[in-house]
Design a protein around this ligand. Sequence first.
Ligand code: BGC
Length: 813
Amino acid sequence: MDNYLELFNKVKTLTLEEKASLVTGYNTWFTFPILNKDIPSLVVSDGPNGIRKEIKEEDVANGFSNTVRSTCFPSLSTLACSFNEETTYNVGEALAKEARLFGVDFVLGPGLNIKRNPLCGRNFEYFSEDPFLTGKLAASFSRGIRDKDVGLTLKHFALNNTENHRFNGNSNVDERAMREIYLSQFKMAIDEGRANGIMTSYNKVNDEHASENPHLLVDILRNEWNFEGLVMSDWGGIKDRVKSVCTQNDLEMPGNTPLNKKRIIDAVNNKKISEDLLDLCCIHILNAIKETKKENTYNESILDEHIKVAVDAAIDSAVLLKNNGVLPLKNDKKYLVIGDLFKKLRFQGAGSSQINPYKIITNEEAFNNHNIKYEFAQGYYDFDSEGTKQGELNIELINKIKDYDTIIYFGGLTSLSESEGFDRETLELPYNQRNVIELLSKIKEDDNKEIIFISYGGAPYIIPHENIFSAILHMALPGEGGGEALAQLLLNVSPSGKLSETWLRDYKDLPFNEEYGKTNEEYYKESIYVGYRYFSTIPKKILYPFGYGLTYTTFIYKELNIKEKEDSLIVSFKIKNTGGYKAKAVPELYVGKEDSRFFRPKYELKGFKKVELEPGEEKETSIEVKKDYLKVYFTDESRFVLEDGRYEFYLAESLKENILTFSYKLEGEKVEPHYDEDIRNIYFNPAKLTKLTNEQFARFLGRKLNEPIKVKKPYNMETRLSDMNSFIANRVKKAIVKSATKSIVEASKKKPKEDRINDEKSINFISKSILSNTFRSLCFSSSGMLKEYTANGLLELCNGHIFKALKYFMKKE
Ligand code: BGC
């Protein structure tokens, strides 16, 4: 930090009271301004796929129904499939311009958590199951934002991999998996993307709350990585504010927590903490203000320009999973189009990232604009997952279908099935869609029609009767320009996206699947074997592998060469487009080490590129692999090492097709990690992985595992509301949900039915996620609406302690 001295001197002019105010947010989106000392508020706003800025400042506590219309870009889970750093840079840059336009200094995102389990409700906000892909794309996304002098917070640091237990969960993980799988992407976004903010997560990591975890925040983030940026809590994620100041969690958000402010002041006055620690937090906040508080120079015309950015990103990210030649569409034909998602575009997830889109281009509009001839059959309704209207809809479908030889079915995960705040219960599609696909499969048996599936969703799901589809194009959550992107892809632009996560045939194939999300203690027993790291190492059939995606053309790769250059390897090769379409190739470079002393997956992604080629064109290109990327974490000595010897390289179009393989010897260290014999036996043979017991895992971690919480009365401030089931607790919970959703319900009633989708998603999100809160997180996230003493009082009420409750209700903060 080059202006350290200047900021240090500035902080010295603040009173203790002012310092405690500065490190405690003012309200949901503003930090505390100290105007007499010339310190403005830092304005922050969600979220990674668009700007969710409140129109009126007084609406701050609501934040869901009255936000600006801004460009809705594809979700991060979608963008990850672009395998294209340029695309994520462009989206980051456009996002930053809109942030500036709407007066936002810091964007709350992107989310870098690893998709450990496909059921995690918030996976659509995260890039991938792979830390390298996540890190690279997050870094370029971050560069796009930082090049416009806007700030960003990488979130949620760290190991927030479930929504049901996000407030009370404890992620138990071994140090190596933590470093390689769950943290390396954050480091990459800081080092290669100049990310200047971190948001801590709600959960505990190895028994300590992430918001006050000395190992994560001090040892690793500040001391090892030298991070000098701003660390803030997630909304309501502070447990003990004094401890979090000590671990340099600079800013409590959304704040407005007078008792926490007082706790900081008392701790300094009573010499429990040194004022220098508080000063350091203030310096980080002032630095963030200095770096990002700038005049806006944009006007609203950028919103029209950004539709193209959103459309191009959606095109670049769509994944063609199957095609027997039926795509691209033939212009002179007429098609039968089925499904609600044709008319109502599924383009974003739900929760804090849900924004108010500037201009949606639905599939219907785009089909009309591009003169694609079709007849429509409803098939199912998005919001009727139980399929109450299925009978009539099926009759309509059967009547129409007979006149067509090619059908385009629009389906996938629908609006209420995935959201922040709760995990999915199943990988299955909703009942109504399964019903329609069942019908299609019968029709296919009688009469060999071509059926094209246009798929939506922020996470994988089980595709029923996958074999009946002649083509499957996964649009994921393509953002507001999704319809236009689809029309171009169907007609003449070759898809070029690659899956950023494994698609399973059966949820049961995932190791320890039955344990996921069941209790607050999450044991990461699979260690580094997450996603393809497991599935490429054991012989288990999956539906589509990581990195997989087709185009309308074919490529060949040749003349592979490898050169060592200081701290990197340069892998160069030629690619030729051997088909009839202009398209983008995605060479993926995987690296393994068969003779490693460490247990390792067969291969791991260590490089990728996106290269556009005309039909017949040949290009020479290269991928740089830093030697640092090849290091493993040597837990015995708490450091990363580059192992000596031979490495295997695989230049592939996906994990399905290994195109070229070669090996290369590197000079490194000879080290011998220590493992207990039975544990070595399992981790070196991942086919045995699921045999690992809790007792062995505890030995592997080197500590005792906590027993999962068994909730009984009296409940405490750390009990999830959903676990409180006394008669009074049920009444209290109902009242809280009602009051939290009241303003959206009211606002929604005034809108026409077809405009209520966003509101319904928000109501669904808030009502479900509130119940996974504890009284502590609920109070600290309420921006002063639920006072701490009131929360204590409500807790006592739920415990049936009426007098204790009254005592709290009468106390003044
Ligand atoms: C989410 C964050 C988000 C914040 C502000 C929290 O509940 O976890 O990702 O940035 O709210 O909306």
